[in-house]
Design a protein around this ligand. Sequence first.
Ligand code: ZN
Length: 77
Amino acid sequence: MGLELARSQSPVRLHIRCENCLRESSRLLEPPPGAELPDDPCALAEEGYLDNLPFFCGHCEGVIGRLFAISGGKRYG
Ligand SMILES: [Zn+2]
């Protein structure tokens, strides 16, 4: 919490809602070496970071999750 790592490779926290039980969970997405993660869900998807992203709901064991928000990652300004 409260990490100040401006311009360094900071992981993005993905907020995911289970398609089955609709509970929210989050997980960290670590940037690949030498790359920065966009802080926009659409950009993340377009760049392929969300492909093959494993999801496992700890509540209902569902495996289908829908990303609804992200936090962290590259900062602008
Ligand atoms: Zn679930």
